[in-house]
Write a protein that binds this ligand. Structure first.
Ligand SMILES: Cc1cc2nc3c(=O)[nH]c(=O)nc-3n(C[C@H](O)[C@H](O)[C@H](O)COP(=O)(O)OP(=O)(O)OC[C@H]3O[C@@H](n4cnc5c(N)ncnc54)[C@H](O)[C@@H]3O)c2cc1C
Length: 503
């Protein structure tokens, strides 16, 4: 029985951050209620289930250097459900598959003698005549690889992912992530024995994965929260946070059927998008704070999952699609993530499209998107015409919080306002903090917040996932293709600053 002195916490969202917070509060006997707008838990890390097929939004590798996160994953899921899976991914370009990370010998062999010679010539030319202004990412890459290799291995995927020309992206982000990168360094890396081979292999070539997809972790977490005395209420959005005397005192919950009720709170842990959180304050913040909330931007995402006979399966977890002629950015093979996601004799290929909510792709009907996905798979030669049996579409708004030149200031304005007017409202997670956090860092922000609430520890949660050394060297994830060819994986925990015109 929780003691009446222990604060009562309302958690907004049952994704990794919200459920981690709820788990840790419930484990310590603190009263906690979670509200989730959706009808499934897991947020962006959920498992989508359609007609018995299970798939993932992207592919969620469970990979972390944070020991308390690793420990929590293992506390939630038994080893037999938490598979250790090999990682393979390649780049598809003009009918050929290139190892990713790039290996010079494989790349040059795939290009063929003629193209390889042209690529080397273009590289040498760029060395002799490097672009004068290397402040944009394109010129920076061309100076290190030459135009031909830049076009083959960098340009298209990066542009598909972020939706702007590489020539408009600033170089400093890349320069920081892939310092000392060049073709000669890549060749040396490819032929020299690798240092710490075993450690790198264990971190990069394998990862953990729940056998029924990432949502399995969060479904188990939600059950444990309820078993420990917390509640997780689905189909229920927090639509207002009520402030009184310089603190949040209650939230309004609106159920899918339209019913509204008020729930008292000593603390509110929020993983809803930071902008929506500020806009839900009652009374509302001043106009400049609301303007900062309105000014945050996102990149959105949709996946077209196509069921095909197993003969069209491939060993990769995913393939980056660098061809210009198709819009698909990456293709996941869910059968390679876990055999439990697919059915006998078939696999499910997830075609990932990076989009903006409301754009031409986003607003297409599911039927048209499935037809487009099928046509693109056929054009790429990855399936035989007529082989796709059926398909499903999942749209994910706000998949990537965008870093533009204004986001830092906007977030700062909102943080300062919260610190003064609602110090017991705690933003956590990815969109919750407008941070390009992976699940592990989303979870860590929740863990530290719980300690702040129960132990008054005073952790600065905003310092989580601010550049750490290991990111550069040892970690990797979903945006890795943006630095394809580095031979060192990007962390995906950071992102380029996307320039935006004022106004
Ligand atoms: C394509 C892609 C690939 C990725 N790959 C990886 C990977 O390989 N490894 C990895 O660790 N991470 C990966 N990530 C990141 C990972 O998905 C996120 O870090 C993680 O899901 C964030 O957890 P969260 O709880 O902060 O937010 P979310 O997952 O967004 O969950 C927030 C929850 O809050 C709910 N909610 C929102 N508003 C309200 C409201 N008003 N009331 C009630 N509920 C509300 C939402 O419905 C949602 O369920 C990937 C992300 C993407 C987009």
């Amino acid at each position: 029985m929780p003691s009446p002195d222990i604060p009562r916490t309302v958690v907004i969202g049952a994704g990794p951050a919200g459920l981690t917070a709820a788990y840790q509060l419930a484990e310590r006997n603190a009263p906690v209620v979670v509200f989730e707008s959706d009808d499934v838990v897991g947020g962006i890390s959920r498992t989508v289930e359609r007609d018995g097929w299970r798939f993932d939004i992207g592919g969620h590798r469970f990979f972390t250097k944070v020991p308390q996160v690793e420990a929590l994953w293992h506390a939630i899921l038994p080893d037999e459900d938490f598979l250790l899976r090999p990682r393979t991914s390649r780049i598809y370009y003009q009918g050929k598959l290139y190892d990713y990370p790039l290996r010079a010998v494989n790349a040059l062999r795939n290009l063929g003698v003629g193209q390889a010679a042209l690529a080397v010539g273009s590289y040498l030319w760029a060395r002799v005549r490097p672009p004068k202004d290397q402040t944009n990412y394109e010129a920076w890459l061309v100076a290190r690889f030459g135009w031909r290799l830049y076009r083959t291995f960098f340009k298209t995927y990066t542009e598909k992912l972020w939706g702007i020309p590489v020539s408009e992206m600033p170089a400093d982000w890349a320069a920081q992530r892939v310092k000392n990168l060049s073709l000669s360094a890549a060749i040396i890396n490819a032929v020299m024995p690798k240092r710490n081979q075993k450690e790198i292999a264990s971190l990069i070539e394998e990862f953990r994965y729940p056998k029924y997809g990432p949502g399995m972790m969060w479904e188990a977490a939600a059950r444990r929260v309820e078993k420990m005395g917390g509640t997780v209420t689905m189909n229920s959005s927090v639509t207002a946070i009520h402030l009184e005397g310089g603190r949040a005192t209650a939230v309004t919950v609106t159920s899918r059927s339209g019913e509204e009720y008020r729930v008292p709170a000593d603390h509110v842990i929020s993983s809803m998008p930071l902008s929506t959180l500020l806009k839900s304050m009652d009374p509302p913040p001043s106009a400049d704070v609301l303007a900062a909330a309105d000014d945050l931007r996102y990149r959105d995402y949709l996946t077209v999952a196509l069921i095909v006979p197993k003969e069209f399966s491939f060993p990769d977890n995913w393939i980056y699609i660098h061809d210009l002629g198709v819009k698909v950015g990456r293709i996941q093979n869910y059968g390679s993530w876990s055999p439990y996601l697919v059915k006998e004799g078939r696999t499910c290929l997830g075609l990932e499209f990076f989009v903006f909510e409301g754009d031409e792709m986003w607003t297409k009907s599911d039927t048209d998107l499935i037809a487009q996905g099928t046509a693109e798979l056929e054009v790429l030669g990855l399936v035989r015409p007529g082989a796709v049996e059926t398909g499903y579409v999942v749209r994910v708004p706000k998949a990537y919080p965008t870093y533009d030149q204004y986001y830092r200031r906007n977030v700062e304005i909102m943080r300062e306002w919260l610190a003064v007017h609602a110090p017991n409202v705690h933003p956590v997670g990815r969109n919750g903090m407008h941070r390009y956090n992976n699940a592990d860092h989303s979870m860590l922000t929740a863990m530290l917040t719980v300690e702040n609430i129960l132990d008054q520890t005073g952790h600065d949660v905003w310092t989580v996932n601010v550049e750490e050394e290991y990111h550069e060297e040892k970690s990797n994830n979903d945006s890795a293709g943006a630095v394809a060819g580095s031979g060192r994986r990007g962390t995906g925990r950071d992102a380029p600053v996307i320039p935006r015109k004022a106004g």
